[in-house]
Design a protein around this ligand. Structure first.
Ligand SMILES: [Fe+2]
Ligand SMILES: [Fe+2]
Length: 475
C-alpha cells in the first residue's frame, strides 16, 4: 500500500490504473498543469538540474529520494497515507459512525468548498514566489525554494485528485479553475487575500514559509481529522512535506538574524544606517516584516465567530488541531470560548459559544505554535549578547477579517486613533524604504560555496550533503 507506482504517467498509490475514467480525466488535466507550471512556475530555471527530493513511498521512514532533476520533469503524483482499518468519526454529531469513503450528498457543497480553498493556496504560493529564483542568496537557498515550489505543485495534485474522483463534473471544472486564477490578478485573483500579496524578496519568502506555510500546517491538521477519509489521508501525507517548508522559513530568518548580529558585534553598533551601509538587515526591519506576515497570516483563519466553522465541525468535515489528543467531549455543544471585541476603546475578551469560535480556536493554536520559532530567533540575538527581542504582535494588530477589522490597534494591543496609527505605522510595518533597501540586497549568488552578504550559511546541508554541494546545475 505504501509503495508508489512510478511506471505510470501519473505516479500514485491509489490504484489509478483500475479506474480508467478517472485516470483519463487526470491525464487530460496533466498537460494543463504542466503548461501552468511553464507559465507561472519558477522563472528562468526550467532547464536547471535541481537536487530535489521526490516521494517514493508514504512510509514515514525513508519516504523520499534525492537526486538532480529538471523541475518540469518532476514526478508530481497522488500519494495518500495508508487507510486506517475501521476508522471512525471522532468528533461532531456523527461521532462513532464509520468514516466516509465517499462524499455524503448533504456535505458535498461544503466539502468541495473546503478542498477548493485549500487547493487554491498551493499554486498561489508558487506564483507569488516565481521571481525569487532570480535573486537567491545561494545555491542551497535556491534549491530549497524550488523544493517548496514543486511540493506546493504536488499539493495542488492532492486536491485535484479529490475533486476529480469524488465531485464529478463540478470537481473537474473546479480543477480547471485552479489553473486559471492568478495570484494578485485583479480580474481573477486567488481566493484568499494573503495569497494575493507579493512575495517580493527573500526576507518575505522566509517569513512567508515560516508564518503562512504554518497556517497551511494548521489547516491540513484540521482536515487530517476529517470524517471524509480520503481527505484525511491525503492531508496527512501533505503534512510530511510541509515540515520542510517551515524549516526553510525558520532557519532562513534565523540565518538573516545571525548575519545581522555578527555585523552588529563586529561594528559595535546598533545604528540602522551603519548596518545598512554594511549590507545587512537591521533588527527593527526584521521585526516589521514579522509584524506584517504574522498579522496577514492570522487573518487566514477567518472570522472570529463563524456559523460555517460550527457547521464544518459538527458535521465532521473539519476537526480541531490535534482533535484526537483532546480530552473534552468532541461535540462542544454548550461550551464557550473567548474571542476579542472592542468595547469603549479597549480590546476585551468575551465568551461566545465554542462551536462558533472554532476559527479562533485554530488561530490561537497557531499563535502558540508560531511563538516557538520567534523565541528560537531571540536566542540567536541573546547568544550574541545584543539587548533586542523580537515579539509577536497582539492578535488584534493590523487585522482585516472579523470583528477587529478596521479597528486600529498597536502591536502591544492598545486601541489607538487613526492619527496615532498614521504617525506610528512606519515603526510597525515595513515601509517603502525598508522594502526598497531589502530589494537592493537581492541578487543571485551562483557559486556553490558563496552566500550573499546579508545571510549566514546554514549549519548543515540538505540530505547530509555539504553546505557547498552543487545543489543546482545551471546548464
Ligand atoms: Fe502546500
Ligand atoms: Fe507549504
Amino acid at each position: 500500500m505504501s509503495g508508489i507506482n512510478y511506471s505510470e504517467k501519473i505516479p500514485n498509490n491509489v490504484n489509478l490504473a483500475e479506474d480508467r475514467t478517472l485516470q483519463r480525466a487526470l491525464e487530460h488535466w496533466q498537460p494543463n498543469y504542466l503548461s501552468w507550471w511553464q507559465d507561472m512556475g519558477p522563472d528562468g530555471s526550467q532547464n536547471f538540474d535541481v537536487y530535489l527530493r521526490t516521494a517514493v513511498s508514504v512510509d514515514p521512514q525513508g519516504w523520499a529520494q534525492f537526486g538532480h532533476v529538471k523541475m518540469p520533469d518532476y514526478r508530481w503524483g497522488i500519494f495518500l497515507n495508508p487507510a486506517e482499518q475501521d476508522r471512525k468519526i471522532h468528533f461532531g454529531d456523527h461521532m462513532g459512525e464509520a468514516a466516509w469513503q465517499d462524499v455524503p450528498g448533504e456535505h458535498r457543497a461544503n466539502l468541495r468548498r473546503i478542498i477548493v480553498t485549500q487547493g487554491d493556496t498551493e499554486p498561489a504560493s508558487v506564483e507569488q514566489q516565481r521571481h525569487l529564483g532570480l535573486t537567491a542568496p545561494s545555491q542551497y537557498d535556491l534549491r530549497n525554494l524550488f523544493q517548496v515550489n514543486v511540493e506546493e505543485g504536488r499539493h495542488l495534485w492532492a486536491m485535484v485528485y479529490l475533486l476529480h474522483k469524488y465531485f464529478g463534473r463540478d470537481g473537474r471544472e473546479e480543477a480547471e479553475a485552479l489553473l486559471e486564477r492568478r495570484s494578485g490578478q485583479d480580474d481573477n485573483p486567488r481566493i484568499l487575500e494573503a495569497f494575493n500579496e507579493k512575495t517580493p524578496d527573500w526576507l518575505s519568502f522566509f517569513m512567508f514559509t515560516y508564518f503562512t506555510d504554518r497556517d497551511g500546517k494548521f489547516q491540513l491538521c484540521a482536515l487530517a481529522e476529517s470524517a471524509f477519509d480520503p481527505l484525511a489521508r491525503t492531508t496527512k501525507f501533505m503534512l510530511t512535506e510541509e515540515a520542510h517548508h517551515m524549516f526553510v522559513g525558520e532557519s532562513g530568518v534565523s540565518r538573516v538574524i545571525q548575519r545581522t548580529v555578527d555585523m552588529m558585534n563586529q561594528l559595535k553598533t546598533d545604528d540602522v544606517a551603519k548596518l545598512r551601509a554594511a549590507g545587512v538587515i537591521d533588527l527593527p526591519t526584521i521585526q516589521r516584516y514579522l509584524n506584517f506576515h504574522f498579522s496577514v497570516t492570522i487573518d487566514l483563519f477567518g472570522a472570529d465567530q463563524s456559523s460555517n466553522a460550527a457547521t464544518f465541525y459538527s458535521s465532521g468535515l473539519k476537526g480541531r488541531y490535534e482533535e484526537g489528543k483532546r480530552t473534552d467531549d468532541h461535540v462542544l455543544k454548550g461550551q464557550s470560548y473567548k474571542v476579542l471585541e472592542v468595547v469603549n476603546g479597549q480590546v476585551k475578551e468575551k465568551e461566545v459559544p465554542m462551536l462558533n469560535a472554532l476559527n479562533e480556536v485554530l488561530r490561537d493554536d497557531y499563535i502558540t505554535d508560531s511563538k516557538g520559532g520567534v523565541e528560537r530567533w531571540n536566542r540567536v540575538i541573546e547568544k550574541a549578547g545584543i539587548p533586542f527581542r523580537l515579539t509577536v504582535p497582539h492578535k488584534a494588530f493590523h487585522r482585516n477579517i472579523g470583528t477587529l477589522a478596521g479597528t486600529k490597534v498597536s502591536p502591544d494591543g492598545r486601541v489607538i486613533s487613526e492619527a496615532e496609527w498614521n504617525a506610528k505605522v512606519d515603526e510597525w510595518l515595513p515601509t517603502g524604504e525598508d522594502r526598497a533597501y531589502v530589494a537592493s540586497l537581492m541578487g543571485r549568488v551562483g557559486e556553490p560555496c558563496k552566500f550573499a552578504n546579508w545571510i549566514a550559511p546554514p549549519v548543515m546541508g540538505i540530505n547530509r550533503q555539504p553546505v557547498d554541494f552543487e545543489y543546482i546545475r545551471c546548464n
